[in-house]
Each structure stands twice: as structure tokens, then as C-alpha cells.
Design a protein around this ligand. Structure first.
Ligand code: NCD
Length: 313
């Protein structure tokens, strides 16, 4: 088993960049931080995180910034491309090379698939992918896995239902890729036929003998699911507004549907939600999406501290 010191200086572009053992060590570290919020405080004093967000974000950007500030470090960056020189025509490669002169780690969100890998190739400091188009979002995956582990006590042997926009949802793509490395995972993909999981992901699941089914109906699967992973229909990735309007409210999780679920099931959502979870569900003890947002900060603290090389275990 490798130690967390092996993460020093590493980038995180997609979930497979870290081994399962390395992710488990991050989860243990995040659990220690959760137990004692002063743990690792000041460990990143003098370190700078550059948060470069070319797309909107609430949780990812704020939790990264809060994580770095709680570790005693500082943050620079921008929350929209209009305030950076990319609006003057600067290339991503040049923006990254510049940010790497000022910061010790870069976290970037960008609408283009593959942009995070490009950034890594031009950066002299580690790059963390905070979402590259409809491709990957590996720190949301760390958040999701930690939440499942903390609330269900295990990741192996769960049945997980993914519901909503499985075509464009990068959080789904990353979580699926990470889960196949655990044991006896069953996946149920619930979406309208226009928003099914991309073929290349399904082919990988088939190749790896993963137990999965596709369905258009949420109610029918409710009773089998341990983790229900709801997602927003990704308006910004549609080519056609009419299609978005037609599909956006296909699934709405409400108390009636929750009554069909297991007593110990949990509902996750990367957020933001639009209409897909009715607010009456928020008070159900199985609704875990705001706890999930908090775990996102703990696991990002663990990640930043490990990448900076300030944890040696
Ligand atoms: C997600 C994203 O940006 O991919 N949000 C997040 O990071 N928590 C999900 C979404 O925008 O629907």
C-alpha cells in the first residue's frame, strides 16, 4: 500500500489517476479532518492555490477555496473567463503557464473536454480537474465516494441508481469509472433515451463484466437502490433549447417516490438541483446532498494537503 506522500506533486485529471488505495487514504485523512476540524490547520501556510473557473460553480470553487484557507494557504484566480485574458484571446496553454508562475497548485474548470489534460501538459505545478466539459470531474467523485463510505459504511456491494442526464453529466462519467474498481457494484442507469450513458462508457462496463441495466423508469427501480444519484439536465451542453425544455423535468424525485425506497437508501446529488428533487424531500433523513457538499470540502482539504506534500503517512 502506498502512502499519501506518493501524491506529492501529482495532478488529478480523471479518477483513475489515483489508485483505490490512494483514494482510501484520502478518505481516512478526510475523516480525521471531519472529526477534528483543526487537524492539518496551517499545514499549507505560504502555499497558493490558483482557482481558474471558465464555467460557473458554487460548491466546487468555494469548497476548494475554503479547503485551502482552512489549511492556512491562500487563493488567487477568477470565477468567470470574462475577467481573465482568455477574453482577449489568450490561449489556455499561456494562461496555465502564467498561473503556474504564481501558484503551487492549479484547479481548473473549463467547458472543453480534454482541457484539463492540456493544462497539465503545460503546467509546472499540479493541476486538478474541476470539470472539463461533459468529460470528467474527479474531485466530485472523491466527494461522492467519501459520502457513500461515511453514510453506508462501505462502497463494495452497493446498488447505485444514476438518474437524469447520463449523457452530458460529467459527475456520472467519473463516478462510474471509479466504481468499477470496487467489488460487486450493480448500476442502474435511469434516463430518457435521448440522455443515455455514452456508448464508450457502456462498452467499458461490458468489457469489465459490470452488472448494469438501463431503464427509463425511476419508480420501478426505487426499491432495489442503495444510493440514488440524481442529476440535473445539463442545459449548457444542449444544442437545441426545445430539446432541453422537453427533457428537463422527466424525473422529479418527490415524497411519493421516496416512499418506495429502502429505509437505508441515500439520495446524492452533485448539485445544483433545478427541479429534479422536490424540496419536500430535503427533510427526509435519506436526503444526503448537503452533507455530501460538506464532505466535498473535507476531501479537498485532504487532497490539497497531500498534493502539497505536507502529509507524510
Ligand atoms: C456538477 C458539475 O459542475 O458538473 N456540479 C458540481 O460540481 N457540484 C453538476 C452540475 O452542474 O449539474
Amino acid at each position: 500500500m502506498t502512502g499519501l506522500n506518493a501524491l506529492k506533486g501529482r495532478s488529478l485529471i480523471e479518477p483513475e489517476d489515483f489508485s483505490v488505495d490512494e483514494m482510501e487514504l484520502l478518505f481516512s485523512l478526510a475523516e480525521n479532518i471531519e472529526k477534528d476540524e483543526k487537524y492539518l490547520r496551517e499545514s499549507c501556510r505560504g502555499k497558493i492555490l490558483a482557482a481558474l473557473f471558465f464555467e460557473p460553480s458554487t460548491r466546487t470553487r468555494l469548497s476548494f477555496e475554503a479547503a485551502m484557507l482552512r489549511l492556512g494557504g491562500n487563493c488567487i484566480g477568477f470565477a468567470e473567463p470574462g475577467s481573465s485574458s482568455s477574453s482577449k484571446g489568450e490561449s489556455l496553454a499561456d494562461t496555465i503557464r502564467t498561473a503556474a508562475c504564481y501558484a503551487d497548485t492549479i484547479v481548473m474548470r473549463n467547458p472543453k473536454e480534454g482541457s484539463a489534460l492540456l493544462a497539465k501538459n503545460y503546467s509546472l505545478v499540479p493541476v486538478i480537474n474541476a470539470g472539463d466539459g461533459g468529460h470528467h470531474h474527479p474531485t466530485q467523485t472523491l466527494t461522492d465516494l467519501l459520502t457513500i463510505k461515511r453514510l453506508l459504511g462501505k462502497i463494495d456491494t452497493i446498488t447505485i441508481g444514476f438518474c437524469g442526464d447520463l449523457k452530458f453529466g460529467r459527475t456520472v462519467h467519473s463516478l462510474v469509472k471509479a466504481l468499477v474498481r470496487y467489488n460487486q457494484i450493480k448500476m442502474i442507469f435511469i434516463s430518457p433515451k435521448e440522455l443515455v450513458l455514452p456508448e464508450y462508457i457502456k462498452n467499458n462496463l461490458i468489457k469489465q463484466n459490470i452488472d448494469f441495466i438501463e431503464s427509463e423508469n425511476l419508480e420501478n427501480s426505487m426499491n432495489d437502490i442503495d444510493v440514488l444519484y440524481m442529476t440535473r439536465v445539463q442545459k449548457e451542453r444542449f444544442f437545441n433549447e426545445d430539446d432541453y425544455i422537453r427533457l428537463k423535468d422527466t424525473y422529479v424525485l418527490n415524497t411519493e417516490k421516496m416512499s418506495m425506497a429502502k429505509e437505508k437508501m441515500i439520495v446524492l446529488h452533485p448539485l445544483p438541483r433545478v427541479n429534479e428533487i422536490s424540496i419536500e424531500v430535503d427533510s427526509d433523513p435519506r436526503a444526503a446532498y448537503f452533507q455530501q457538499a460538506k464532505y466535498g470540502m473535507y476531501v479537498r482539504m485532504a487532497l490539497l494537503a497531500s498534493i502539497q506534500g505536507v502529509v507524510t503517512c
